[in-house]
Design a protein around this ligand. Structure first.
Ligand code: NAP
Length: 555
């Protein structure tokens, strides 16, 4: 559990913060660019700086000394001392932003081309100049000629003993950790970072962080997009630090997210050991607006949760193993999962095989977009898409679901969203016709939900009162496209476009121009997300805030 204590020392008020440092690694090339980069990092919200000395244009000890002094003088606050539980001696230091000196050699994925003696001199100088921590590679300890390993004897309580693998998870990770612990001796912190080639590779890092009490201060990172969750959950699990970048293009390792994103989207400052974890499973997932929408909702209602994107590979076994992995670790406190393309059928299968409860219409639609994990670890499956769509229609038209009974409705498309709408609208009693480019798919869907079907040419003579676009046509960047000719639209129709980016598609604009009622895809998105939010938190969703965040993130 993170803790913040305030001591009064000799009547000077001193704040002692025990924390997971939000750390920006800076590629140190020269003095001026380093000062500028430190200023940008600190004003963005960084809490610790790693100086990557391996990028120095002229790797001279005198320059290292000058840089460290300059950084410390510029960014020192005399009343605030950041220290770490295992390093209480740092109370005598006066730097607000602890510095790590790193000079990564090429054989460990860095840029330093000089000799080991030169590397040792730079790091020693950095420590003498006042860097709080120095990073040395575990592999050094097996090289007697490598002087850098001597730092462990001289300045052990300032050493971060590190191991990196940019290819993937080390085959012998538990052996690596055992060696790390054995060789760590007086080192302050152990660090293990490796490339996550799939999200399942994150679990070993999470397990490592969970063993913090036994291992002491530890940094665990899974790099790459698939490893993103380890960067955010580092704080929940009490890691020593996590790395972030200032700008998207500036990260020193793959998969780093920005300080701003960590704070604004992932609620960094509010995370602690009790934080409930939720997220969205998809592939791809980096475009998803759900993390921004749900996290803003958590902040709005003061819910101690974080909502993450989970990039899970498409096959069923990858989905199953990931959800199993989350459920097996009850200390992760995972409460709810949204599920998007291509996993909605996998989620259905998961609930059918391992779940407690499946919402009946979700079973009929053949698609689950929400998994709720109960305290006892059992899972229930829901589909909030169809209810989100029906509510968008009834709310915008100011009618009840019962008023949909007998209404002729046209659904354009026969994919996943069309399926949810066909189930929802027929359940509500609409007389539905499915129009699709591939007529065979329209035939199959119509047969399942007992409705009519036609090819897209049938749209010219449709008699629908409600028209729904359930294709991607009109979605950004193809904003000049519409799924049906404007001449098919009539003033007495209600036109619903499930596409939510842009919020007013060409189809909706054309419908509005002739005086038809319009229903946008954003309402459906917010409704389905709000229903998930209520399932996850047990609290009323702040729909206005969620919609405003969605609009802002679509700009
Ligand atoms: P999908 O399964 O890929 O279905 C796509 C459908 O669109 C198919 O019927 C396909 O016809 C048709 N289609 C695609 N390109 C076409 C083209 N150029 N001309 C004619 N028909 C075309 O997609 P989905 O999962 O159902 O999602 C559809 C859309 O719903 C998404 O693009 C998204 O904008 C929207 N959506 C909205 C929300 C929300 O909350 N508002 C949520 C999810 C999705 P064929 O069968 O002939 O290929």
């Amino acid at each position: 559990m993170q803790d913040e204590l305030t001591y009064l020392l000799n009547s000077n008020r001193v704040t002692v913060v025990i924390m997971t440092y939000l750390t920006v690694a800076i590629q140190v090339t020269n003095l001026d660019s380093t000062i500028a980069a430190c200023r940008a990092a600190i004003s963005a919200g960084a809490e610790m700086i790693e100086l990557r000395l391996d990028y120095l244009e002229t790797p001279q000890p005198a320059l290292v000394q000058e840089i460290i002094k300059a950084v410390q003088e510029m960014f020192t606050c005399p009343n605030v001392i950041s220290l770490n539980t295992s390093n209480l001696r740092k109370i005598s230091k006066q730097s607000q932003y602890p510095l790590i000196a790193t000079c990564r050699p090429r054989w460990e994925g860095g840029y330093f081309k000089g000799s080991e003696e030169e590397r040792q001199m730079l790091l020693l100088t950095a420590v003498k100049a006042g860097a709080e921590y120095v990073d040395i590679e575990l592999a050094c300890l097996d090289q007697p000629e490598c002087g850098v390993s001597g730092l462990l004897e001289q300045s052990g309580d300032q050493v971060i003993l590190s191991s990196h693998d940019f290819e993937g998870k080390p085959a012998d990770l538990s052996q690596l950790m055992a060696t790390m612990q054995q060789r760590r001796r007086q080192a302050a912190v152990s660090k293990v970072a490796y490339q996550a080639n799939e999200i399942g590779d994150c679990f070993d890092v999470l397990d490592l962080l969970h063993r913090k009490q036994e291992l002491g201060e530890v940094i665990g990172l899974a790099m790459g997009e698939a490893g993103m969750m380890t960067r955010v959950l580092a704080k929940k699990l009490g890691a020593f630090l996590t790395f972030v970048s200032v700008a998207e293009s500036e990260g020193t390792a793959p998969g780093q997210i920005t300080v701003e994103e960590m704070k604004e989207v992932y609620r960094w400052d509010a995370l602690d050991g009790d934080t409930v974890v939720c997220g969205v499973i998809g592939n791809p997932i980096d475009h998803s607006k759900s993390p921004a929408v749900h996290n803003a909702g958590f902040t709005e209602i003061g819910f101690n949760g974080v909502y993450l994107p989970f990039l899970v590979e498409t096959p069923w076994n990858k989905f199953r193993d990931f959800v199993d992995g989350l459920r097996e670790r009850e200390w992760l406190n995972v409460r709810g999962l949204s599920v998007t393309i291509p996993h909605k059928h996998n989620a259905l299968q998961y609930v059918q095989e391992k779940g407690r409860r499946l919402e009946p219409l979700a079973g009929k639609i053949g698609s689950v977009n929400t998994l709720v994990l109960d305290k006892d670890g059992l899972v229930s499956g829901y589909n909030t898409d169809y209810a989100g769509a029906l509510d968008a229609i009834t709310d915008t038209l100011g009618i009840e679901r019962a008023d949909l009974r007998g209404m002729p409705a046209a659904i354009v498309g026969a994919g996943g969203v069309a399926r949810a709408l066909a189930a929802g609208l027929t359940d509500a009693g609409c007389k539905v016709t499915i129009y699709n480019r591939t007529v065979e798919k329209a035939v199959d869907l119509a047969a399942e939900f007992e409705c009519e079907y036609a090819g897209l040419d049938g749209l010219a003579t449709m008699e629908a009162q409600l028209v729904v676009n359930a294709t991607r046509i009109g979605m950004y960047p193809e904003v000049e496209a519409s799924p049906l000719p404007a001449k098919c639209l009539r003033r007495d129709m209600a036109v619903f476009d499930t596409v939510y980016n842009p919020s007013k598609t060409l189809l909706l604009q054309q419908a509005e121009d002739i005086g038809a009622k319009i229903i946008d895809g954003m309402s459906m998105f917010v409704n389905q997300a709000a229903t998930q939010f209520e399932l996850f938190t047990g609290k009323k969703a702040p729909r206005g805030v969620m919609r405003a965040v969605l609009e802002r993130h679509l700009l």
